[in-house]
Design a protein around this ligand. Structure first.
Ligand code: MN
Length: 411
């Protein structure tokens, strides 16, 4: 396990900060004048990289003034390594304290989408989640579809639905079939849910099939991702082509891109294979990450309850395997493509990553610490995800991934 890299900025050396010098996540912020600026979080501050490039202290072709990280990602791995090395050097103990003039307190900034989502694909790579949902939707005999242990199942989602943490989510209307009624109705979803996921961001484009090893190198970084899901709409619409409107309302991501470089010390292998994977999906090394994850719910401004605790390392397929599979048909991938991992549920009830599983389809409602009862998300509830990779005396955090549900629009 690696140690804390000490910074001349005291708040970055705390064991509690999500943003020690080891992290250096990339985001987009505004303050005062409202202009979007690119920065890295360090301790309780954000370092204004847009201003540093404008003043000639960094040189990345003006990409740090673009208000989104796509242009920088497109510069490629040499630029990624050069910026990280430079920031690590100047922010380290004994580095350039004159840079404190480029620091802005995190408490004073508004965070925006860190990159423009080019396209969005969501996968279904959590074995416990797939088994739980399959049991509820199809019965225990058909819990895992016959393809599941061989292929990373996914669907093409909507890039337009991806929003940054803090954005309100409006309960969707949709077509819903009653339990004993053959005819569907149109109205607000009554089984609105969340999915705890990680999002992988493609930083190097590709135009044909790539290997799992190449895919791993093409991923720039990761965010927390909440794939809001209307279960009643989903149950009616999903056969035979998969999710559509049930998943198109909103997908919330955390505001900081935590780079693959920062997560390197936390690489871990996928679980043991029940059946061997085809060669093109075999990973040449550990490509998952050991990241502790939590789901929280806070009803209408009241105290939060931690609903679930799990870890990204339980996933059956890594993002690199998903990306390699995605390209296997020749599908082009572009800078800013976002890949959702699939719901991250552990083997135990208190490690499930969706309310559908936690309340077992509403049959086992959850009691919050405030005393309220929940099976799905109610109007006014704030749902949050948290994530951190734990090092020796430090952690690599992702920042908040929260959204509050607002009432459906009148039909
Ligand atoms: Mn999902």
């Amino acid at each position: 396990m690696t140690d804390l890299k000490r910074s001349w900025l005291a708040s970055a050396n705390s064991a509690e900060t999500p943003f020690p010098l080891n992290n250096l996540p990339y985001g987009v912020f505004s303050s005062g004048d409202g202009a979007r600026r690119m920065g890295t979080a360090i301790g309780d501050q954000v370092l204004d990289l847009t201003a540093m490039e404008a003043d000639g202290l960094l040189s990345f072709g003006g990409t740090l003034g673009a208000g989104a990280w796509n242009g920088f990602m497109a510069l490629g791995r040499e630029a990624w390594a050069r910026l990280r090395a430079r920031l690590t050097e100047v922010l380290a103990e004994g580095g350039d304290q004159g840079l404190s003039r480029y620091l802005v307190p995190l408490a004073n900034v508004v965070l925006h989408m860190p990159f423009n989502v080019t396209e969005y694909t969501d996968f279904y790579a959590g074995r416990h989640h797939a088994s739980n949902v399959g049991t509820m939707f199809r019965g225990p005999e058909n819990a895992l579809p016959p393809n599941w242990l061989h292929i990373p199942i996914g669907y093409n989602g909507r890039a337009s639905s991806v929003v940054v943490s803090g954005t309100d989510v409006i309960r969707p209307n949709g077509q819903i079939k009653g339990p004993n009624d053959d005819l569907p109705r149109f109205g607000p979803s009554r089984r609105f849910d969340i999915e705890l996921e990680m999002g992988a961001i493609v930083g190097v484009p590709s135009t044909g099939p790539i290997t799992v090893a190449e895919a791993f190198e093409n991923i720039f970084g990761y965010v927390l991702l909440n794939d809001w899901s209307a279960r009643d709409i989903q149950a009616w619409e999903y056969q035979p082509l998969g999710p559509f409107q049930a998943k198109a309302t909103a997908t919330t991501i955390s505001p900081w891109i935590v780079t693959a470089a920062a997560l390197e010390p936390f690489r871990t292998a996928t679980p043991a294979r029940e059946t061997p994977l085809l060669d093109y999906l075999t990973e040449p090394g550990p490509m998952l990450y050991d990241i502790d994850l939590e789901v929280t719910m806070a009803p209408d401004g009241q105290a939060e309850t931690v609903l679930s605790r799990t870890n990204y390392s339980v996933m059956y397929y890594s993002a690199a395997q998903q990306l390699a599979h995605h390209t296997s048909s020749g599908c082009p991938m572009r800078v800013g493509d976002l890949l959702g991992s699939g719901t991250i549920s552990g083997p135990t009830k208190d490690s499930r990553g969706s309310l559908l599983e936690l309340s077992w389809g509403g049959k086992e409602p959850i009691t919050l610490t405030t005393g309220q009862i929940r099976s799905f998300v109610e109007d006014g509830d704030t749902l949050g995800l948290r994530g951190a990779a734990k090092g020796n005396g430090y952690q690599i955090g992702f920042g908040p991934c929260v959204g509050t549900l607002r009432p459906a629009r009148p039909i």
